[in-house]
Design a protein around this ligand. Structure first.
Ligand SMILES: Nc1ncnc2c1ncn2[C@@H]1O[C@H](COP(=O)(O)OP(=O)(O)OP(=O)(O)O)[C@@H](O)[C@H]1O
Ligand SMILES: [Mg+2]
Length: 439
């Protein structure tokens, strides 16, 4: 189902500046859409149309299939929540609590319901400590968090965020994208604007590139970034992984489709070639021509003169701790991978975790030492924090975990609600060794 659509959208500002021309845009239910474009390309102007802040000079805006002019504007704003690029345009109350409570109060919820919703989003955004602060005195990253929280508290079906990560530090970006991912898993359609192609490539299901008020190109990230020339013409940068891939491909090392993640990139590398020059760290003295066996130690492939597993021939001499190269590898290096254990933590809407779960987790970690730990989603993070457990991965958890497993490390992922299913899907796709427990 199409939730937001523009058809032949054109917009001219009062001073005659033409900001948009012939823009056809579409977001379907449950999609994550990124609008990517340089400064002044029309992202903000486009987003203003999505909840009726401005009216097209020409063309049409449709919300849930209906022309926006035919729907009550309050209804539109209940269903489509817009987070402004400038948080100062959004925040106005004297305290963070009041600011977030404003929307839910307007929905005529009871006093208790309002308090409940506000506490819930404040915990989700980790801003409880700011509840009584004046938004005007917050840092720009904090303001942004509060502004996003205020719109999330309205529980709209579609969240439109104009540059949600600008001005945020690495932790803030991680948290924000994590929350958006989680909201998307709960069924919300999410539309963001950004000029960061790394974020667009790794996050979006679909990308629109805007340039000088026109849609330059649209499609899934693979389609968008496979076209090198068009990207530079549109004034956006190639993601580093794509640039690296092109350099590798030009040297005959990589092939296939443009990768958007480190995992995809590893797939693009011609494995036969790489296996034959695989570097390993010698566990003992090795001479060129020796038969060696590969195994995994602390997340790295090492070679020694054992007798089991994946065999190869050393082509360099090496002492313990030195790099050597190994050729003619016989056997499947994939058999050295670690195991991924997934704990499915009930999502917040499913009631969160219980005391019994804590025991189960402690038992597991007691019996399975040296696990790298990943946390996905609010309820998983809350549970781990409550238990005083640290986690190694909190962003890009699926990919980081699979990469670590491919290096032989054992991983435990705590994933909230439906996110666990996504982990399992990906892990199965790669045929990695896994097990899953429901809490
Ligand atoms: N109030 C206004 N009056 C006149 N022109 C405007 C107004 N606001 C924006 N514009 C112009 O409209 C065009 C699109 O601006 P818009 O703010 O939509 O771009 P943007 O892609 O959001 O840019 P940025 O990345 O800097 O946020 C620009 O040429 C800009 O100068
Ligand atoms: Mg803008």
């Amino acid at each position: 189902m199409t939730v937001l659509q523009t058809i032949g959208l054109e917009y001219d500002y009062a001073d005659g500046t033409n900001a948009l021309t012939g823009v056809n845009f579409e977001a379907r239910k449950g999609e994550k859409v990124a609008v990517l474009g340089p400064n002044g390309s029309g992202k903000t102007t486009l987003f203003y149309h999505f909840n009726g802040l401005i009216k097209p000079s020409k063309g049409e805006v449709r919300v849930f299939g209906k022309n926006i002019t035919k729907i009550d504007i309050d209804d539109v704003r209940r269903r489509v929540g817009l987070v402004f690029q400038e948080s100062d345009s959004q925040l106005f109350a004297h305290s963070v609590f009041e600011d977030i409570a404003f929307g839910p109060r307007n929905l005529r919820l009871s006093r208790d319901e309002v308090t409940e919703r506000v506490s819930h989003v404040m915990s989700r955004f980790d801003i409880e400590a700011l509840a009584n602060r004046n938004p005007a005195n917050l840092s720009s990253g904090q303001k942004k968090r509060v502004a996003i929280a205020g719109v999330v508290a309205m529980e709209p079906d579609v969240l439109v965020l104009d540059e949600p990560t600008s001005g945020m530090d690495a932790g803030g970006i991680t948290d924000t994208l994590g929350i958006l991912e989680e909201l998307n898993n709960e069924g919300k359609t999410i539309i963001i604007s950004t000029h960061d192609s790394e974020i667009a490539a790794s996050w979006a299901d679909r990308i629109y590139i805007l340039n000088k008020g026109k849609v330059f190109k649209s499609g899934n990230p693979g389609h968008i970034f496979s076209d090198e020339k068009i990207i530079s013409e549109a004034g956006v940068r190639q993601p580093v992984i794509v640039q690296t891939y092109r350099e590798f491909r030009a040297r005959g090392i990589s092939k296939g489709e443009v990768p958007l993640s480190v995992l995809d990139f590893m797939d693009s590398v011609d494995s036969v070639r790489i296996m034959n020059i695989r570097c390993a760290i010698a566990g003992c003295e090795i001479w060129a021509g020796d038969r060696v066996y590969l195994r995994v130690k602390d997340g790295m492939i090492v070679a020694d003169k054992g007798s089991k597993g994946v065999a190869g021939i050393a082509i360099l001499d090496g002492k313990s701790g030195e790099d050597i190269a190994v050729k003619d590898v016989v056997g499947d290096i994939a058999q050295l991978t670690g195991k991924i254990t997934v704990f499915r933590v009930p999502g917040i809407i499913e009631g969160g975790s219980r005391a019994a779960d804590v025991e189960k987790i402690r038992d597991f970690l007691e019996n399975n030492r040296n696990q790298k730990v990943g946390a996905m989603g609010t309820s998983a993070k809350v549970l781990l924090r409550k238990m005083g457990l640290k986690y190694d991965f909190e962003f890009d958890v699926i990919q980081s975990s699979m990469l670590a497993a491919l290096r032989g490390l054992n991983i435990t992922i705590f994933a909230s609600g439906g996110m666990a299913d996504r982990v399992l899907e990906k892990v199965k796709e790669r045929k990695l060794n896994y097990q899953c427990f429901k809490l």
